[in-house]
Design a protein around this ligand. Structure first.
Ligand code: GAL
Length: 417
């Protein structure tokens, strides 16, 4: 990410170099920048809006459409540069640190007294900067899911695949039954989501070496060539209309039976829920073939920007952070979002079987070392590295490039800082 450069320019222009004493007192309106615009996403963020409104705050919504937030992050930079930093923005993973390093965030420790004992240590670490809490986490999304339309599976006479060989068998059967086997959208982050699923299917250790450690030997290994070959083969089951297609429109294809399967994180479940489809009856959530014991995590969070004339977090910012981590909100938000609460110990009895599976698989993966950060969703690497690797995967998936040269390009991209 170019936050560092961008903030340098900003400071030089005299716009924002720490608190400005002359600025006015923050009003009790909270401006919130996020990218939750699909049906399920809007419902989920609506829970926060309602909670804040009930507490007397005015909600100013800055929703920037575009799954996974690329457009939202661009809008955020523009807002901060122009001296209009939002009260809170949806930022996650290493990007939290990148923004914190600019000195533009405010800590929220005063409402985070019991957070440490109620969060998985991996997550607690991510939302800290300089030993202080600077972000409030919403929920845990598992990325390595395969969604299957149950009627399509039955019609094709297939079974839920647990290996790639079984996956291709099911896909062939769906094709033969006149069903589009895989619904796929058309943005780079969706390409990377599928690619990292396939990396994970080679084992959590392989994933960690390649994606977390950026180990050159692993990145250039025969196994990595195999990953690209598998991705290429899966592409053979996409339809021709995927260019520019949003993820939720691909999910809709699975919901209405136009397509059989989709590789997507469990925010897709918010769409199924919105269409009144039931997990287990209308659709199946299965771990991506070969990844049953692993779990790619993706934790959304809000960070809080220093407001004009304020040295510390405003009451509205503290109220947001406190609300987001409250057990009641954690439950309601995740029920709409398709995720599971990030706060430990929240009751799961109102959740569907997919969420219950997510929860128990998460606990197993944490213990076994299979709990890994998603690259496609900003949890594994900073913006520059992740961006360079995304470019390689997207180029491969949108051309006839061979796997070996993609692997060489990937290893090179991983050196980007
Ligand atoms: C992810 C985000 C999720 C989900 C998805 C699609 O990166 O963490 O909350 O909404 O993008 O927009």
């Amino acid at each position: 990410m170019k936050v560092r450069k961008l903030m340098g320019a900003l400071c030089a222009a005299g716009l924002l170099c720490g608190a400005t004493a002359s600025a006015v007192q923050a009003a009790e309106a909270v401006s919130v920048l996020h990218w939750w615009t699909s049906g399920g996403e809007s419902k989920a963020v609506g829970v926060l809006k309602d909670d804040m409104t009930k507490q007397g705050y005015t909600w100013k919504d800055f929703a920037v459409a575009g799954g996974a937030g690329a457009a939202a992050m661009t809008a955020l930079k523009t807002q901060v540069i122009s001296g209009n930093a939002p009260t809170a923005a949806q930022i996650k993973g290493p990007l939290i640190q990148e923004w914190a390093e600019q000195g533009v965030l405010v800590p929220i420790d005063s409402v985070a007294g019991d957070w440490k004992k109620n969060l998985p240590p991996e997550i607690d670490k991510i939302i800290h900067a300089d030993g202080k809490y600077v972000a409030a986490p919403f929920s845990v999304h598992r990325v390595n899911w395969l969604y299957i339309n149950k009627a399509a599976l039955d019609k094709a006479g297939g079974k839920v695949p647990t290996t790639w060989a079984e996956f291709f068998q099911v896909a062939d059967k769906m094709k033969a039954a006149g069903i589009q086997p895989v619904a796929m959208g058309g943005q780079p982050w969706q390409d990377l989501t599928l690619w990292e699923d396939v990396v994970l299917s080679e084992g959590a250790d392989f994933y960690k070496k390649a994606i977390v450690d950026l180990d050159q030997k692993t990145l250039t290994s025969d196994k990595m060539v195999q990953v690209f070959d598998t991705v290429r083969k899966i592409q053979g089951y996409f339809d021709n209309g995927r260019t520019g297609r949003d993820w939720n429109l691909a999910t809709a294809m699975v919901i209405n039976g136009k397509a059989g399967m989709q590789f997507m994180g469990d925010w897709a479940k918010g769409e199924f829920a919105g269409a009144n489809k039931k997990a287990g009856t209308d659709y199946i959530c299965a771990a991506v073939p070969g990844t049953e014991k692993s779990y790619t995590f993706n934790v959304d969070s809000f960070v809080f920007f220093q407001q004009k004339g304020q040295k510390a977090a405003t009451p509205g910012q503290l109220a947001l952070a406190k609300t987001i981590m409250s057990p009641e909100f954690q439950e309601q938000f995740s029920l709409n979002k398709g995720s599971i609460p990030v706060r430990l110990g929240v009751k799961m009895d109102k959740f569907d079987d997919c969420a219950k599976k997510s929860y128990s698989d998460e606990q197993t993966a944490i213990k076994s070392g299979g709990y890994v950060p998603s690259l496609a969703h900003g949890m594994a690497q900073g913006d520059a590295t992740a961006g360079a690797m995304t470019d390689v995967v997207t180029k491969f998936m949108n051309s006839s490039q061979d796997s070996k040269s993609a692997v060489a390009a990937l290893a090179n991209a991983a050196k980007t800082k």
